[in-house]
Write a protein that binds this ligand. Structure first.
Ligand SMILES: C[S@@+](CC[C@H](N)C(=O)[O-])C[C@H]1O[C@@H](n2cnc3c(N)ncnc32)[C@H](O)[C@@H]1O
Length: 462
């Protein structure tokens, strides 16, 4: 069969490919189709055709795979959040492990790396401690909403449908955040609907309401609500804050971040505290952390403790070492390791995260951690002291090439590399491996129902 663009075909899904998409191979040509799982027979339209591969859009499932589960979430076939709810959790873990192993092999050219079985997440629903919902003046209608004329299309608050950046599904129930979050989301939705102010329009960049960011503290069962708007209207947002605070006493922080930046990122331009504190507190192990609205914090608190325990185990510190933690965020790893090392130095680019890190060390009575602000590639060359152990936990894009070179030239005896992206982990390990031996990689699931997987790699100097 010759596969042609814009034509539709009946295809059998034989595997899951990189990025979590279903893979069919009509006449040996790999065709990638979203939202399919192995064993499905589907009708799909080819949307992209290259010499050696193609992409298709699912039109209809003709025969369901026996591996298919009923997803708990009513939006899971449409929303960009968790696309793997139809796959049983054990099978998700198998695919995630394979994803790490294959990335090492195919991207890094690293054969025979020991990749352990994935450490599962204890909670597979209500596990996320942070959700960000977008407001949009264009609501994406679900198939069963299309015929309902009472539904207005001019407002939605929720998550994006992949491929339609300006439209959102009006989410009533998100299964991966704790349930009170859904009640807060609903109160905010009703308030916005009754307000005279329009939702932000992602094409024209006009409108007022932009995002709702919710954070939950597992240890204290408290919430932060961050209302992100384009302009300042304290009179309006203060009323919303009063309503939320009165209805939900677990909310300990309500903020208004104001930003007219065109990008979809809700970074703080101006931040106003409307209720309670400008942060909430969370506990990891015995340590307490202060988290501001815009600082990075691992999104699955329970799995984060498992992740940091693995970092401790692989670092195997005796108490005499100088440890350097690259990409240190709010200082969580340095503080976690503080009792096991002589000194831990964290380097982080986001100013508010560095401020949080310093305060977090103080909050926990820790005196052997130091935090430096700046881009790692500029800060590293200025440092005089050589660390014995390096912890490296970069964002999804991985390490900058210059940073890899600097790490190779510093040459710590041991590196513990924490990664949320197997592809960039493989690329970076390949660059490090002339000088380092990869002893083991331990995947840890922080993101059930998505194809994402966290990994911790232990590297020893050759
Ligand atoms: C994956 S997070 C890890 C944070 C921390 N280790 C944790 O577990 O919470 C990556 C961090 O790297 C920071 N970052 C990104 N690029 C950076 C750079 N070029 N220099 C320094 N820090 C950077 C981000 O702000 C973020 O806090």
């Amino acid at each position: 069969m010759t596969i042609k663009k814009r034509k539709a075909y009946e295809l059998e899904i034989i595997d899951l490919a990189f990025g979590g998409r279903g893979l069919a191979k009509p006449d040996g040509l790999p065709v990638f189709i979203d939202r399919c799982i192995p064993g499905d027979v589907v009708f799909a339209k080819i949307t992209k055709k290259k010499k050696s591969w193609a992409e298709g859009k699912l039109i209809k499932i003709i025969k369901e795979s026996p591996l298919r589960n009923q997803g708990k979430c009513q939006y899971c076939n449409f929303c960009g959040g968790c696309k793997w709810q139809q796959i049983g959790y054990d099978l998700q873990l198998e695919y995630k492990k394979r994803h790490v192993t294959e990335s090492m092999d195919h991207i890094g050219g690293l054969k025979d790396v020991l990749v352990k079985d994935v450490i599962p997440s204890d909670w597979i629903y209500e596990y996320r401690n942070k959700m960000e919902f977008s407001c949009s003046s264009k609501r994406w209608l679900l198939p069963w909403e299309l015929e309902n004329e009472e539904i207005k299309k001019d407002f939605g608050i929720g998550l994006h449908v992949p491929g339609t950046f300006d439209k959102v599904i009006d989410i009533k129930q998100c299964e991966i955040m704790p349930d009170l979050g859904n009640k807060i989301l609903d109160d905010v939705r009703n308030f916005i609907k009754e307000s005279d102010l329009p939702a932000y329009h992602l094409r024209t960049h006009e409108g007022f309401w932009r995002f709702l960011m919710l954070r939950h503290s597992v240890a204290f069962d408290t919430w932060m609500v961050n209302i992100v708007t384009k302009t300042k209207r304290i009179d309006v947002v203060q009323n919303l804050a009063a309503l939320l605070a009165q209805k939900h006493p677990q909310i300990k922080s309500i903020l208004n971040n104001i930003t007219d930046s065109k990008s979809g990122v809700s970074t703080d331009k101006e931040e106003i505290t409307l209720h309670g504190k400008d942060h909430i507190k969370e506990k990891l192990g015995e340590f307490v952390f202060k988290i501001s609205a815009n600082s990075f914090f691992q999104t699955n608190t329970r799995s984060c403790e498992k992740l940091y325990s693995k970092v401790s185990e692989y670092a195997a510190l005796s108490g005499d070492e100088v440890v350097m933690d690259l990409y240190s965020g709010t200082g969580t790893i340095p503080i976690w390791l503080s009792g096991q090392a002589k000194m831990v130095v964290g380097i982080e680019i986001v100013k508010s995260a560095v401020i949080d890190a310093k305060q977090n060390a103080g909050l926990n009575g820790i005196e052997n951690c130091d935090f430096l602000e700046g881009d790692i590639k500029d800060v590293l060359p200025r440092l005089k002291q050589k660390p014995d152990v390096m912890i490296i936990d970069p964002p999804r894009v991985g390490m900058h090439k210059d940073v890899v070179r600097q790490v190779l030239s510093i040459g710590p005896e041991k590196i513990v590399y924490v990664s949320c992206n197997p592809a960039t982990l493989a690329r970076d390990l390949e660059m490090l491996c002339p000088k380092y031996e990869i002893k083991v990689i331990q995947p840890i699931d922080m993101f059930p129902h998505t194809y994402h997987i966290e990994s911790v790699a232990l590297l020893l100097k050759k």
